[in-house]
Design a protein around this ligand. Sequence first.
Ligand code: VGL
Ligand code: ZN
Length: 196
Amino acid sequence: MQALIVIDVQNDFCPGGALAVTEGDLIVPGINALMTGFDAVILTQDWHPAGHSSFASTHDAAPMSMMEMPYGPQVLWPDHCIQGTSGAAFHSDLNTDAADMIIRKGYNPAIDSYSAFFENDHKTPTGLHGYLQTRGITDLVMVGLATDFCVNFSAIDAAQLGYRVAVNTTLCRAIDFDGSLDAAKAEMKKAGVTLM
Ligand code: VGL
Ligand code: ZN
């Protein structure tokens, strides 16, 4: 049983958004076309409260600077994907009707959550693993934004949880900050993720 996991195809990660990923919107038609032919389709949605600890503005720091958190180093981002805002909404062309489930993440004010499976402490579960297990899903294809952060962390966690994982890189786009895309590709391969 195979699921398609669509990571964070939200306005703030598309051109014009608060944390815009170059060409982030161009992957939407291909993702919609891919949705048929899976046993389950799951969308993730980055969903932060205002004043989230991953926001540079919360610490009067520069966006894209680093901060040591109790759970490890954290990039400080521009404010993005604030709950209920248009920036947090899915891209308007994304076929959300095809989703069996939408899982939100990053709502804990103190911990960021790049991965669809665990918050950035690598311990607190989002519940997605339980959902996939009870649906009998063994194989995952991942697409979405951003290749080097939320797709990367989700794919590695999934592989470590025992799923067979493929990332369709033509239907992903990266932030590519400070060599993060090359590093992410190497980490995913090392974790046993297939890059398509
Ligand atoms: C993401 C940075 C902060 C992502 C989310 O979806 O890749 N990146 N929040
Ligand atoms: Zn975020």
